[in-house]
Design a protein around this ligand. Structure first.
Ligand SMILES: [Fe+2]
Length: 286
């Protein structure tokens, strides 16, 4: 089974959003959408998401799923906007409860902010099978970058979120609250145990050394060439490398707005008494 895939790349947050569809039934899923956010003005817009809406409409796609591989720390999800425009159910990994618990505390979210994932329409258990039209899909928990990370395997393709990047860029960081390099190594090995010809679709690319942006590779290519986890790299060496590299990384520019919105499935925090919505900056908390 070979799903069709069309990718939309946001050059501001370096995020690749994927539209997956069954060529027979035209049923579709959207993975890791982006809502535009300007941190200087606090304004949001939907330029990226509108490209997906136009594409889905022009192809006559019927959207069944609006999926997140994890609670992103570098961009806002457009999940609620896309759902309003195109329909479908929102979904994320069932360990979202862990992430919500950690960040409810960090952001001192309102008392009744639920930390059981109920803001999403569906929570995927590890190994859960679901369908996109006639395509069979499996959600596999691949924690490490965050506790709630999921890879969606659809036919001969896997949507790996932030686990692996292109072979010349390596792997995702593990230093956010709840991240764990040992877990990420195991998760990556699970992905790399898929057939070598499996197409891998990534959530980000940063175009290292001036190359063009790319978001698709294969299991075989990653096993041969990934600079962090090619065949032969052992777990301890990976964990040591990851810890060293993570120490040098700045926080993503949008981590504070992103997480407090994405942990709510893309909805804004409740408005204050004047009817306006505000985002919080926790001081010295990260
Ligand atoms: Fe991420």
């Amino acid at each position: 089974m070979k799903p069709n895939v069309k990718t939309f790349f946001d050059g501001v947050t370096f995020t690749a959003s994927h539209v997956i569809w069954d060529p027979q039934t035209k049923h579709a899923a959207i993975v890791d959408s982006v809502k535009d956010y300007d941190p200087k003005s606090g304004r949001t817009s939907t330029d990226n998401a509108d490209q997906i809406v136009s594409f889905a409409e022009s192809e006559g796609l019927s959207v069944e799923w609006i999926l997140e591989t994890h609670v992103h720390a570098d961009h806002l999800t457009a999940g609620p906007y896309l759902q309003q425009k195109l329909g479908g159910k929102t979904g994320i990994g069932s360990r979202i409860d862990v992430v919500q618990g950690v960040f409810k505390d960090i952001f001192n979210a309102e008392e009744d902010f639920a930390t059981d994932g109920r803001q999403f329409d569906h929570l995927f258990e590890n190994g859960e099978v679901f369908h996109i039209g006639a395509l069979e899909a499996t959600a596999v928990h691949t924690p490490g970058h965050t506790p709630a990370c999921v890879t969606f395997i659809v036919g001969d393709a896997a949507f790996v979120g932030d686990t692996l990047f292109m072979p010349d860029f390596g792997t995702a960081r593990c230093d956010f609250p709840g991240g764990d390099a040992r877990e990420l190594f195991k998760s990556i090995k699970t992905i790399l145990s898929l057939p070598v010809e499996t197409r891998l679709f990534l959530c980000h690319d940063y175009g290292p050394n001036g190359r063009d942006y790319q978001w698709e590779t294969t299991v075989g290519e990653e096993r041969e060439k990934n600079i962090h986890v090619h065949d032969g790299v052992d777990e301890d060496a990976f964990v040591t490398m990851r810890a060293e590299r993570d120490r040098q990384l700045d926080m993503p520019a949008l981590i504070l707005p992103s997480v407090q919105i994405n942990m709510r499935a893309g909805e804004m925090p409740p408005p204050e008494r004047n009817g306006k919505t505000y985002l919080k900056i926790p001081v010295d908390a990260l």
